[in-house]
Design a protein around this ligand. Sequence first.
Ligand code: GDP
Length: 527
Amino acid sequence: MNSNNTLRNLRNIGVIAHVDAGKTTTTERILFYTGENHRIGDVNDGNTAMDFDPQERARGITIHSVATTVHWQGTQINLIDTPGHIDFNLEVRRSLRVLDGAVVVFDGVAGVEPQTETNWRLADEYRVPRLAFVNKLDRTGADFHRVVASLEDRLGVRALPLQLPIGAEAEFRGVVDLLTMQALVWDRDDAKVPPRVAAIPPELLPAAQAARARLLEAAAELDDALLDAWLRGAELPVDALRAALRRGTIAGAFVPVLAGSAFRNRGVEPLLDAVVAYLPAPGEAPGAAASEGPLSALAFKLTADDHGAMVFVRVYSGTLKRGDTVFNASTGKPERVARLYEIHADRRVERDALVAGDIAGVVGLKDVLTGHTLAATKDAPVLESIAVPAAVIDVAIEPRQQADAAALAKGLGVLVREDPSLRLRQDADSGQTLLSGMGELQLEVAVEKLRSRFGVDVAVGRPQVAYRETITAPAEVRHVHRKQSGGPGQFAELTLRIAPLPRGEGFRFSNTVVGGAIPREFIPAVE
Ligand code: GDP
């Protein structure tokens, strides 16, 4: 591990949540507080900076994992946006593959929701240290303590509140900082007004002392000097506590929990402080590769148009410079790096070089796909790629106007290049063009992109499954009928064409099934 890197003021983080928990709102507030956005974009009026695809705005969901760079207290934070919806599982995986830490946003009313749980397990798989942000504490029915308990029960983690909320629901107005034992109060919803430091409300003092004791105990378990001081009942220095909590968070010993309401602009500044204080710099992350040695970088995301692509890379070692010729170690082909960009909410900033730990966009690469390794030499080791989940549903698509056929083919080519979990094939029997993916939402979004980005109106239908077989049966059999077993396919239509085979060997029949899904298994039945 390179000590320069360990000390680097850089955080590559993702914001993860179940749809609607407030990831977009929290991210928008982060952009605002870090000075990236001067006006707060609100998902409700379709004006947010991160979801820059028009249909993402229209749907209020976030699909792209775009890296956005912000700065907080002298630290550069690259936000790798991570979708919550399970249809975009690959997007989540590729974010987790390259980020060093994550903020998981919970709805203060709903607590742990199914997609949070799925994404939590994925983050476990990629060994990503996490902070939990209990959002929406201003909502009726919100309960910070219940959410903390659900983190422990449902996710099986040691949840360690760093704060306690002051006031509940509509009266939620601030937090107690359990490290400094001070209250932070936001008197107004206005994001431009910073919190006021105040004394802890007396009625909260016993709960705050109990929660602080848990925090001290967790820190003392990781640090002998702190343990000594704690056992002696001495005052523990806040810096030493933070350092121990940082180590525990990075090692996954516990998950610090913060409280807030992004929408009401309460709790976001301390959340940013916590990102800097507790989430790892590139060299410190548990899964991080060595940062010394020749160039090694992973392409994890690609946004393309018909002129070319911007490939988002994470550099694991060495330096990637503008104008360099490098190798795609996955294909053995040389590639030229034309330009390097850091992406901000509303602009991009050109970089001359990227070093280990950096995440940025590269323009000029011709043949690089998600999961490929860029390296200094042709035969350099290939970095672990990104698992592409199997497609589970497909739709048949065709242009509404035949004149659009070429534009459709081009648009599909781009979409498939951008998203390896989308697959395209031509069905040999039916001649249909089939697009497969992880779920309906993903395919709907793809179809809308064909319209909005490539101007192609497509008709979407169910795939026809041409199905032929021969069944051998005694000559006296007159009827053959089919039964379906298992599988989700319901036959909307079933056509049988039966033709007796010569010498009474049985029947040949072919049928065409039009249904919502490809039938997986048939039990032939012969009468
Ligand atoms: P995402 O799907 O996780 O990105 O969630 P959004 O940020 O789009 O938020 C979903 C909805 O919850 C929107 O209508 C937000 O305005 C609302 N919301 C987000 N944060 C809060 C909050 O702290 N309090 C309340 N009351 N509503 C919130």
